[in-house]
Design a protein around this ligand. Structure first.
Ligand code: 2AM
Ligand code: CA
Ligand code: CA
Ligand code: CA
Length: 267
């Protein structure tokens, strides 16, 4: 992607994220509708929807040739990664938004012909923006994030884990995940995949594992983690496919293989 065009897209995306963040902070003080999706705990609010609509309108108005993938259905029907694609999660961590009024993020990954060019994750209540451009490093606000340490061991790692992983399930062996919890130093569960990726990029988590995440949960985070020298893969070890949901691991190169080989066993 042309560097000048990418810079313009980056500046526009940032401006829209700050505007959307301001609107979310205003809207959350008034009553808003809350619905459920796939199950009773899978929440969506009117604020998720209006925020995604806001981005869809801005993107279509400014970049009519680009495509949009969004969680709440205001995007396009995208079946290939060709061209320029905005992968948008208007609120990542909706349960946190509803119950905690904090710990949620706007996540936008911008890909060109399948390559992650821009990643933006905005912690709305803390007013902290994580950003990355391919080849130019990752930032927390204006501060460039250092490369991940290359001497990290599992025994001293703090891992982000979706607690659902620990429950017996038909997809993989929960016992092995329980062993992972015993073998690492500690685990955390923040409830926003995008923020957990950002925490891996800033080095306050050494890895994050979560099941069946959607493209909008991970698209921005992948770019951030890659820019600090980390990797994101499917839990099978295969490369991520941004056209489908997958169980993913994002971490440093030292512990990736060990986690996949010893702790994740599919049924
Ligand atoms: P969301 O808030 O945008 O739905 C919660 O552990 C994390 O998993 C959040 O990042 C949440 O994104 C994501 N997630 C993915 N699929 C989910 C589902 N079916 N129900 C709830 N959270 C889901
Ligand atoms: Ca959701
Ligand atoms: Ca999400
Ligand atoms: Ca969401």
């Amino acid at each position: 992607m042309d560097i000048a065009i990418r810079q313009q897209i980056f500046e526009d995306a940032k401006e829209w994220i700050y505007q959307a963040g301001q609107q979310i902070r205003e809207q959350m003080n008034n009553p808003y509708e809350i619905d459920t999706k796939s199950n009773a705990n899978d929440l969506v609010t009117a604020v998720d929807k209006s925020t995604e609509q806001f981005f869809a309108e801005k993107i279509r108005g400014t970049y009519p040739g680009h495509s949009i993938v969004g969680e709440e259905g205001y995007g396009d029907k995208v079946e290939s990664l060709d061209g320029t694609l905005w992968i948008v999660d208007p609120i990542d961590g909706t349960m946190n938004f509803v119950h905690q009024k904090r710990n949620f993020a706007i996540s936008i990954g911008i890909y060109h012909d399948g390559i992650g060019e821009i990643g933006l994750i905005y912690n709305v209540m803390d007013d902290v923006l994580y950003s990355a451009k391919k080849g130019e490093g990752a930032y927390r606000e204006q501060v460039k994030l250092p490369l991940l340490r290359d001497d990290v061991k599992l025994e001293t790692s703090v891992l982000g884990l979706n607690a659902q992983l620990v429950c017996e399930n038909k997809y993989y062996n929960a016992k092995k995940i329980q062993q992972l919890i015993r073998d690492c130093r500690g685990t955390r569960s923040y409830g926003s995949a995008a923020l957990e990726f950002a925490h891996v990029a800033e080095g306050i988590l050494d890895g994050y594992v979560s099941m069946r995440l959607a493209p909008w949960d991970i698209a921005a985070g992948i770019v951030l983690v890659e820019e600090v020298g980390g990797v994101t893969v499917q839990a099978t070890g295969k490369p991520v496919n941004l056209l489908q949901n997958s169980t993913i691991l994002t971490t440093n190169k030292q512990i990736k293989d060990r986690v996949i080989d010893h702790y994740i066993e599919f049924n």
